[in-house]
Design a protein around this ligand. Structure first.
Ligand code: AMP
Ligand code: GLY
Length: 473
């Protein structure tokens, strides 16, 4: 770490950062032994569904749990396959089943008698993986298909927000382009035009005038740029302000809010270029005081919980509202019904609770008995992507330097699009790695994260150089 450590600050607790457990460290085994003796953890076999950076972070954190005796990830990636369990020292196993191959996943769960399945991606949730597993008597964490509509239908979410008084943008939902254009005109063409259904995070077009809005509506509804997802669209007024990611773990009755994080959705520095799945995150995002965060949480989550109760929606999982902090107060841009990617990478490197226990409480409706505990570190995740992403990109590029970074303190390289080819780790997706560093403050975490990024190389690699800059201005 190149920034100065505040040794003179009496609040600084030496050793605190390096004590953050990692699944592979001997130290973590020591921590686990103590925890084991105290809590007599129940042995559990766990399956994580998905293959991205978010799932690597989930696996990494679950592997630290003294409960976990076996851990699979379907389909996983090269980094996930290298994790080991703190309790047994045994390896995490990648299983060659796609995240949306529900029949094979449920057969695997039954065959292996999996005690808990944890779902990462939205696609599997929208297809009803939770309902299917539950119908076969398998315990699974995530919202059911009905509850997952908060993400799988923007029209549903928008209607819900309006009905239940959740602050959001002025908007309309349309099944035909003529009415849609009329509404866009009434906003002077300054709109967010959104395909109703799931579109790999790409189904939103931002427009600045009437002509752009008209072409965006035609692209989605007439040319079907996002396929069936765009049969219906939502148009929102264009909001200005600082955008943050909120996460709340929910159990049907209680929603526990995480600290705020900020993602960087555009491909290039200064929020230029195309929208991506997310090029980097950091947490905490310092745009709200604790009191303001609590107020924002209340404004969004209280009516949301009441609305769910009124409409018979039993949401056990993670609610991720994308929020714009506007001059007229916070406004929800969208709801996701899963952990964010790459928000999870910064959250789980700060979370001090046992993740298994949190997810179990989210399933059982006992979150009110649990207090979320966050380390005082700041965490920064810089995504390294394939050249060309979010457009077309090559695969199979050898990644160099991972071994060098593995030994850096308070650093974890979460794999997203990687695979093993012979003995090499190679690129296999658009977002390749999430280089994540935690430190005593954001400035130090940012410097160290970019020091680590500089040691990793692959042909065509690109990354933003301004992750966390907005917070440091
Ligand atoms: P969504 O998938 O709905 O979160 O939209 C993707 C991105 O588009 C968001 O992260 C925002 O950066 C931007 N966006 C969405 N809706 C709006 C809006 N109403 N005003 C301004 N920007 C928006
Ligand atoms: N961080 C963006 C997303 O997970 O949708």
């Amino acid at each position: 770490m190149t920034s100065a450590v505040p040794w003179s600050d009496p609040k600084f607790r030496p050793g605190y950062l390096t004590r953050t457990p990692t699944a592979n460290s001997a130290e973590s085994a020591g921590v686990t032994k103590a925890v084991k003796q105290r809590f007599n953890p129940r042995p559990m076999k766990v399956l994580v569904v998905g293959s991205g950076g978010r799932e690597h972070a989930l696996v990494w954190k679950l592997a630290q749990s003294p409960h976990v005796t076996q851990l699979w990830c379907a389909p996983g990636n090269a980094g996930i396959g290298k994790e080991r369990l703190a309790r047994t020292g045994g390896p995490v196993q990648c299983v060659n089943i796609g995240a949306e191959d529900l029949p094979k996943l449920v057969a695997f769960g039954l065959e292996q008698k999996v005690d808990l399945t944890v779902v990462g991606p939205d696609g599997a949730l929208a297809l009803g993986i939770v309902d299917l597993f539950q119908s076969r008597g398998l315990r699974i964490w995530g919202p059911n298909q009905h509850a997952a509509r908060f993400e799988s239908s923007k029209a549903f979410s928008q209607d819900f927000m309006q009905k239940h008084g959740i602050p959001t943008a002025k908007s309309g939902t349309f099944n035909n382009p003529v009415a849609a254009k009329h509404f866009a005109d009434s906003l002077g063409g300054r709109c967010a035009v959104k395909a109703d259904g799931l579109a790999l995070g790409k189904g939103v077009l931002l427009t600045g005038n009437v002509e752009e809005a008209g072409s965006a509506i035609d692209d989605i509804m007439v040319s079907k740029a996002f396929g069936a997802a765009g049969q219906r669209i939502v148009i929102q007024e264009l909001l200005e302000g600082m955008e943050i990611s909120l996460h709340a773990l929910c159990d049907g009755r209680t929603a526990k809010l995480f600290p705020p994080a900020q993602d960087h959705k555009r491909a290039l520095d200064g929020d230029q270029g195309l929208n991506t799945g997310g090029m980097g995150t950091y947490s905490p995002a310092p745009f709200l005081t604790d009191a303001e965060l609590a107020a924002v949480g209340r404004q969004i989550l209280e009516p949301w919980l009441k609305g769910c109760a009124t409409e018979g929606i039993d949401f056990h999982g993670l609610l991720y509202p994308g929020v714009m902090l506007t001059s007229a107060g916070p406004k929800v841009l969208e709801f996701n019904a899963r952990f964010g990617d790459p928000e999870t990478q910064v959250y789980l490197t700060r979370l001090e609770n046992d993740l298994v226990e949190l997810l179990e409480a989210s399933i059982d409706g006992t979150l009110d008995r649990i207090q979320l505990k966050w380390s005082e570190c700041a965490s920064v995740c810089v995504v390294m992507a394939s050249g060309g992403y979010p457009g077309n990109y090559p695969r199979g590029k050898i990644i160099y330097g991972l071994n060098e970074v593995e030994h850096l303190p308070n650093t974890k390289v979460f794999h997203a699009g990687t695979a093993m080819l012979g003995g090499d780790v190679v690129t296999s997706g658009g977002r390749v790695l999430g280089v994540t560093v935690w430190a005593e403050d954001l400035a130090a975490a940012k410097v160290a994260a970019y020091d680590a990024v500089a040691k990793i190389r692959f042909d065509g690699a690109h990354f933003r150089r301004d992750i966390a800059s907005k917070a440091l201005r």
